[in-house]
Design a protein around this ligand. Sequence first.
Ligand code: NAD
Length: 478
Amino acid sequence: IPVDPFDLVIFGGTGDLARRKILPGLFRRFCAGQMPEEARIIGAARSDMDDAAYRKLIADAIKEFGNGFTFEAATLNAFLERIGYVAVDATGTDGWAELAGRMRDGTVRAFYFSVGPSLFGDLAERLHTHGLATDQSRIVVEKPFGRDLQSARALNATLAEHFREDQIYRIDHYLGKETVQNLMAVRFGNVLFEPLWNAQYVDHIQITVAETVGVGGRGGYYDKSGAMRDMVQNHLMQLLCLIAMEPPSKFEPDEVRDEKLKVIRALEPIEPHHIVRGQYSAGGDQPSYRDHAENPRSNTESFIALRAHISNWRWAGTPFYLRTGKRLKARTSEIAVVFKDAPHSIFGVDAGRHRNVLAIRLQPNEGMTLDVTIKEPGPGGMRLIDVPLDMTFADALGDEAEEVTDAYERLIMDVIRGNQTLFMRGDEVEAAWAWTDPLIEGWKQRGDVPKPYDPGTAGPDDSMMLMHRDGRRWRELK
Ligand code: NAD
């Protein structure tokens, strides 16, 4: 279904994010027929160039970052006709009048801030002083949304001077993933799962976001941030919220976000011995984290594992284990809900211990599996095995899922539709910082040094111990 006609201005339209994700995503939506004839996209950035040069830049980006997506040359040309460019100085006056002149009346106006957060305030202000923003305009902002509670509050306050909360779309692309949304469909669309979705039946939950790449060229930026700020405070926390929240009364923005906020507020402070920080060492021909960061004394973590508890009626006593890191054994993101053992085994000890595990895989191969215990087929007696019920979309949905929509393009279409359900509200972001700030502050005060780990492993041994102490183990990274 096509969205309403829109003018989308991408500040930072020549940047890495715009070329890698935003414009290739918009092109795929165009190919899918979701973009109306009247849609216009305007790149706005510092570089001086005309429409033709920008179109060339975008055409090259689509070819380079299209992930094998095939299309006709004529289709690309038709898309490029909708694209323009204006050189704009976010901190000055250059270009703003021209940009204002390109805006049309009667279309949805969206402004994507694909620039560093230090420019958010300047952009928000100029959108008003130069008459670009209307009462219905939307702004889209990227992470990092602050680096602690104080800076996040300041950023929220700055944006709030110019835009209402219902005009602000804080992107966390994890929420745009097909499987993440399917998680909500599975939880709240079936009678099967929700009655078991609590401390009585769930032994524990594991959330893993593992990367094989190091910090590479982003070392300088990353070193000021670390895994806690870069991944846990936003992406992992958002996944935790969707797994743990109470059923919202409706699938509407504030209903969903109210429930997520309650989860964050119910998180207990973490004991220091329930957190493991790691930093990758050199390995093969690859440099170490400290080399990448060009900081031989860096104590920033490139890996973190922790055990969190949610203090509420549903989850009291059920641990949530979170881990994320770089230069690990596999690139895997998944959430695993590990159910308790059956209360009594009528098959005896020889049948082994079997558990139901619902695994929600974000990458690679988005999908869901539910491990169930059945009898091993054949005449060998009553022996039990686990088989995964595979709910992977490509198999289940066939052609419809052939082109699993990339998270960014789905979220941008939601901006045009005016649907904030999958975007973070300001108070959620602040609550998440309020939880992580004391942990980060604690490391600083104690002079905590991350544990080294070899590249290509599952992180430092202490991360295994975090689980083993509780009689549990991490799922294998594969
Ligand atoms: P980038 O450095 O590649 O691009 C920055 C863009 O901002 C350029 O187009 C530049 O011309 C423009 N710009 C800078 N100063 C300007 C000014 N004064 N006036 C007008 N334009 C100006 O950055 P990026 O990697 O595209 O990241 C953009 C934002 O998105 C950042 O906040 C980043 O943290 C965030 N982000 C990026 C990624 C990614 O994969 N690159 C992922 C998540 C979040």
